[in-house]
Write a protein that binds this ligand. Structure first.
Ligand SMILES: NC(=O)c1ccc[n+]([C@@H]2O[C@H](COP(=O)([O-])OP(=O)(O)OC[C@H]3O[C@@H](n4cnc5c(N)ncnc54)[C@H](O)[C@@H]3O)[C@@H](O)[C@H]2O)c1
Ligand SMILES: [Zn+2]
Length: 362
């Protein structure tokens, strides 16, 4: 069992990671998230798999209600937020209640947003069940829903009281989702920890075979990095931007593919492209893109551009840029294990448009 602390807010919070870590839930709730009534929120798939075992564990601590919504990113909406908050109101969840999110990143984001707004904010605990949620989305306090204009456009920062990542949940996670989560772990190694990056390479067979001790090690290391970055910059004022490595191109690919590519798959390609871009700009050490490509290919992740035209991708990036009121920015690597910082101490870089077009073409 591993424990990682996130130093955010008055007291911070702990992430418990392990094969069977769910057993810690009653104690974690009693100590860090006491409530008169618990609202467990899960999507339809995860509710069917783990709803009963989690409900039974929570019931040892206090009364609880179980709320589900249909699985899928397209349900991370204000409409589901409305349905859930109405149901909690009808069930009698009060200001002294608390939320438990049980599921992947969609459930964590939606359920966390419910917790952040219900009765002006009640506490919550995250029980991530996808690898992506364990290594990334369950940590850091970003909650929210999608709108017709794009992903995560309505939301709030709301830190959980605790996170329990039980890698036993991953036994039922479909293989493409395991690989997609691994892309974020590779990213964490690439931006902050060369040893993790190489360890993922060394363990790739055990990881893809779903060996719990390999998964536990990679999740724990990866969580440690996210926790450190978030602890330094909880509201994304500066250094947290390095978590966006690979994401400028990745998001554009995800959008252009109409979400046929999973987020982690788009990220894998995005990291290789952005490492190539960084080298072309004289920022990223030569050979970095190749190292990323080798590592990602060993994990069966895509690394080459799908059949899209650079113009489509550039249009999406320009649209995002407009939304941020500036230029297209990239978080870049210095080398494997280290994010690049500009001479004026910025963590993101503007790239000449013709260079971007060039790396998108090759
Ligand atoms: N808040 C953040 O900081 C942050 C960071 C990264 C991503 N995200 C968000 O996370 C979401 C993606 O997360 P995701 O990939 O976990 O998606 P998801 O929650 O939709 O889960 C993927 C699929 O796997 C299923 N599933 C989850 N756990 C399972 C298990 N143990 N066994 C079987 N099936 C299981 C789900 O039902 C779903 O169908 C996106 O909405 C993204 O915006 C948020
Ligand atoms: Zn991501």
């Amino acid at each position: 069992m591993h424990r990682v602390s996130v130093a955010v807010g008055a007291s911070g919070y702990d992430i418990t990671i392990g094969d069977g870590a769910l057993a810690a839930l009653p104690d974690v709730l009693a100590r860090h998230c006491p409530a008169v009534r618990y609202a467990i929120i899960a999507d339809s798939t995860v509710a069917g798999l783990y709803g009963e075992v989690v409900r039974a564990a929570v019931a040892t601590v206090g009364p609880c209600d179980f709320f589900t919504f249909p699985a899928g990113e397209w349900n991370k909406t204000r409409a589901q937020w409305e349905t859930l908050t109405d149901a909690m109101g009808a069930a009698g969840t009060g200001r002294d209640g608390a939320v438990i999110t049980l599921g992947g990143g969609v459930t964590g984001d939606l359920g966390g947003f419910v917790a952040s707004t219900y009765r002006r904010g009640i506490p919550y605990v995250q029980l991530p069940t996808s690898l992506l949620a364990m290594v990334d989305s369950a940590i850091g306090g970003k909650t929210g829903v999608d709108t017709p204009q794009g992903k995560n456009l309505v939301g709030a920062f709301h830190q959980p009281r605790a996170v329990i990542a039980d890698v036993a949940f991953l036994r039922t996670l479909p293989a493409p989702h395991v690989r997609a989560g691994l892309a974020e772990a590779v990213k964490h190694g690439a931006i902050a920890d060369a040893a993790l990056f190489h360890r993922i390479g060394a363990l790739h067979t055990a990881i893809l075979d779903g060996r719990p001790e390999a998964l536990e090690e990679i999740v724990a290391q990866s969580v440690g990095i996210k926790a450190r970055v978030v602890g330094r910059d909880p509201l994304e004022g500066g250094a947290r931007a390095i978590l966006n490595f690979g994401h400028t191109v990745g998001h554009a690919l995800e959008t252009v593919s109409g979400y046929a590519l999973l987020h982690g798959e788009a990220l894998a390609i995005g990291m290789v492209v952005e490492a190539t871009l960084g080298t072309a700009m004289g920022i990223t050490r030569e050979g970095t893109a190749a190292a990323l490509r080798d590592s990602l290919q060993a994990l069966d992740l895509p690394t080459t551009m799908p059949d899209t035209t650079p113009a489509d991708l550039l249009a999406v990036m320009a649209h995002d840029k407009k939304a941020r009121g500036g230029t297209v920015k990239f978080a870049l690597l210095k080398e494997i294990g280290q994010a690049a910082q500009s001479p004026d101490r910025e963590w993101t870089f503007s790239a000449p448009p013709e260079l971007v077009e060039n790396v998108l073409t090759h």
